[in-house]
Write a protein that binds this ligand. Sequence first.
Ligand code: HSE
Length: 301
Amino acid sequence: MDKSVLVRVPASTANLGPGFDCLGVALNLYNDIYMELKGSRLVIDVEGEGILNIDRDEKNLIYKAAKKVFDKLNITVSGLYIKTTNNIPTGSGLGSSASAIIGGLVAANVICGNSLSHDDILDIASSMEGHADNVAPALNGGFNAATFDGKRTYYIKKELDDNLRFLAFYPERELLTSKARGVLPSMIEFRNGVFNVGRASLLTASIFSGRYDLLKVASQDMLHQVYRKEFIPEMYYVIEKALDNGAYASFLSGAGPTMMVFTDASIADKVKESVKKVYEERNIKCRIYELKCDNTGAKIL
Ligand code: HSE
């Protein structure tokens, strides 16, 4: 058993338009989670993003995830020190909760002698989130098609090329996933289900075969984005501007409010400048991250 461990976990973008709760990509923006068996109580330090709003007690998501591992392995921990150094903005749609969950699970598993398998960890993570579209890429890296059946997570990963860019436009307003899920209907029209099945299938096949030219259609969605527009009024202007300027795809990142633009690196600057204007014209303050796919996933440093 190691007494201490440092884990680096990537951000992630989920849904990719039509793949609600099942498609996601890991991104090269990271949270570092340090965990140590120490003292006789729980002590949590937070640096960087979320410094004002992340819980420092038993409600902390990293701790809750770690406790799942300790409980599953019947290990009693008297004192625990956690320090999280965050680059992923919280409540942004960039997978900060998934990174906390994966970080807590992976770190606690190392401390407990690596008794749990990779897939055990993913199953616990999916059960904590309720879906696998952020936690699977956060753990595995790459593009992930992933389904959680309530017990196990079934997934396939595909590494993405270095010449692809994910431009994340984060309008610096926090949107809780629970709030963004709260506006979704309990029933959908059959034709909208058919619409999304077609797009999500085409999107997955396009990613696996490198046919990015098909993503303009394959990234369309009728299941969640339209309902979430009330929180992200700039959504369809961003999508239109990005596609008009040659981006492969644009969609709401997870539950938002970040908008994601997927583009070839060769035109990333042009696409970025044009989409930036959509925010400027509406006086929306916005941070822009120019990211790549992280093909490694959670890593013990
Ligand atoms: N698929 C999830 C959603 C991602 O859109 O609500 C955020 O957890």
